[in-house]
Design a protein around this ligand. Structure first.
Ligand code: GLC
Length: 533
């Protein structure tokens, strides 16, 4: 299959705007700061930037609690800054994707203020209100993802409202057509302004059980895990009707040219693929997060890829993700050497890759002292290791004050190794992870096989993962060593013959390969081979 659409051939890059570049010394990143860093993104070679929320928000969940869907929060700048951003991004060949958060608003959103004002307010039914149980407790046993009951009692009208996340994030009622229309208009507002698509927050949460049945207990729940996992979310997420809602969003996307709909979905692969929708008229890219929690070894990754490739509906375009603002950084999960192997994996698999800011410089999870915690999830459920601040720390640009991120006091602490691990330093080091990312991105651009070639697994043992991306005129053979030990690979069968394009160690480009290959521990290589099979 030939990739013809930009979001199939392109590489996405997530920016967490609070932490990218501050321009006004308030310690929080902003839009003018991001504009100043566009040349970096262009140099890196990515095609699209997905920006976490920038809309007016009380920041209870750092922008995922929106009080105005069609404005810009002053901490990030103004609408004029946004227009300047989109103009500058497009001028440098970058697409811009916004974060759409339709599942819930802030409790300060005018819609919710109206809704909670009285039982007969015309917006009452825009949110999910229920009477308490006969004993006065919550209507049912549903739990908030961030700890405690998902129901908040509201004294003014004597009912409870549902919030899948914080009580400051009441869920909208997507069974109400007025809610759908309002959110469609929000989408059109931004699409008309030129945005190239949306990443839709918690899209699998949008519809909940119409009968409000209790969720069943999770037999596998163990102490030390987040309390909401004590129940299986049978009636609160992944309801069949959600696919109609998504198809409705997709119709809005399709009113415009060449826009993309990405869905945030944490589900097992067999459920995930349903989000491509009937006749592929759902999300273009239901985020595939399988690598975020995969045990990091060759066999587990091999079977995840196989399962995903097998489950994709015909014509559906795959995608892969290694990190985001909710999960521990890849470099800390797998270590600095395997982070390079992970980069080669991400950028050589079949499907659109999404990079998380800072992963390209090997940024690590930063330890957050108890007094520095900002994440409401960690504050609500302390001590279980769920905190997300450590993966949201400021981008490390240079060795200057605050890593060049801000002239003020950064909202989260910086990594203590930023004087060494920063863009300027790593750029100057030809063998750095940053230059590895650039080389990988360059190869993806250069070799059609890496974008639209098929994925052909090749049987391998122990720590090796081997596959071929077979294109029209040639193929790229990818051999990844997930272990510390060197390996010698000798095989005529797999067509071990060609030119070495890139090693994760960055010192073998151009080497001729003929029948055997020596790999060092934690090394991955890509080999350009003549078209076979
Ligand atoms: C998504 C976001 C996360 C946020 C949650 C509630 O999972 O990625 O950061 O806290 O939704 O909006």
């Amino acid at each position: 299959m030939n990739a013809t659409l930009w979001w199939q051939g392109g590489i996405f890059y997530q920016v967490y705007p609070r932490s990218y570049q501050d321009s006004n010394a308030d310690g929080v990143g902003d839009l003018p700061g991001l504009i100043a860093r566009l040349p970096y993104l262009r140099q890196l070679g990515v095609d699209a930037v997905w920006l976490s929320p920038i809309f007016p928000s009380p920041m209870a969940d750092f922008g995922y609690d929106i009080s105005d869907y069609t404005g810009i929060d002053p901490v990030f700048g103004t609408m004029a800054d946004f227009d300047a951003l989109i103009t500058a991004a497009h001028a440098s060949g970058l697409k811009l994707i916004l974060d759409l958060v339709p599942n819930h608003t802030s409790d300060r959103h005018p819609w919710f203020l109206e809704s909670r004002s009285s039982r007969d307010n015309f917006r009452r039914d825009w949110y999910i209100w229920r009477d308490g149980a006969p004993d006065g407790g919550p209507p049912n046993n549903w739990l908030s993802e961030f700890g405690g009951s998902a129901w908040q009692h509201d004294a003014a009208t004597g009912q409870y409202y549902y919030h899948a996340f914080l009580s400051q994030q009441p869920d909208l009622n997507w069974r109400n057509p007025q809610v759908r229309h309002a959110m469609h208009d929000v989408m059109r507002f931004w699409l008309r302004r030129g945005v190239d698509g949306f990443r839709v927050d918690v899209i699998w949460h949008l519809i909940k059980d119409a009968q409000f049945r209790d969720n069943p207990a999770n037999p596998n729940h163990r102490p030390g895990h987040p309390p909401n996992e004590a129940l299986l979310p049978l009636h609160t997420t992944d309801q069949d009707e959600v696919h109609d809602v998504i198809a409705g969003m997709r119709r809005v996307i399709d009113e415009f040219d060449q826009r993309v709909l990405i869905g945030e979905i944490y589900l097992p692969i067999e459920r995930l693929v349903a989000y491509y929708g009937k006749n592929l008229l759902g999300a273009h890219l239901p985020f595939n997060f399988a690598l975020l929690s995969a045990p990091w070894n060759a066999r587990s990754i091999e079977s995840i890829i196989a399962e995903y490739e097998e489950a994709l509906p015909p014509g559906a375009w795959p995608n892969w993700v290694l990190g985001n603002h909710d999960r521990p950084r890849i470099a800390s999960r797998v270590g600095p050497e395997q982070a390079r192997v992970a980069a080669m994996l991400l950028l050589s698999l079949r499907g659109t890759p999404t990079l998380y800011y800072g992963d390209e410089i090997g940024m690590r999870q930063v330890a957050i002292a108890p007094g520095q915690v900002r994440d409401p999830f960690e504050k609500n459920v302390p001590g279980l290791g769920v905190g997300r601040d450590g993966c949201r720390t400021p981008m490390q640009w240079d060795a200057g004050p605050n890593a060049g991120f801000s002239n003020g006091v950064p909202w989260l602490p910086l990594a203590d190794d930023f004087a060494r691990e920063n863009v300027r330093n790593l750029d100057a080091d030809p063998a750095s992870i940053l230059n590895l990312y650039k080389a990988l991105i360059g190869l993806r651009r250069q070799h059609q096989a890496l974008i639209s070639g098929s994925y052909q697994p090749i049987a391998a043992k122990e720590d090796l993962l081997i596959y071929r991306r077979a294109g029209e005129s040639n193929s790229v053979l990818v051999v990844l060593n997930f272990g510390d030990d060197p390996v010698e690979l000798v095989s005529a069968e797999i067509g071990l013959k060609g030119e070495l394009l890139l090693s994760t160690v960055m010192d073998r480009t151009g080497e001729k390969i003929a029948g055997s290959l020596d790999l060092r521990g934690n090394e991955g290589v890509m080999i350009l081979t003549p078209r076979t099979g």
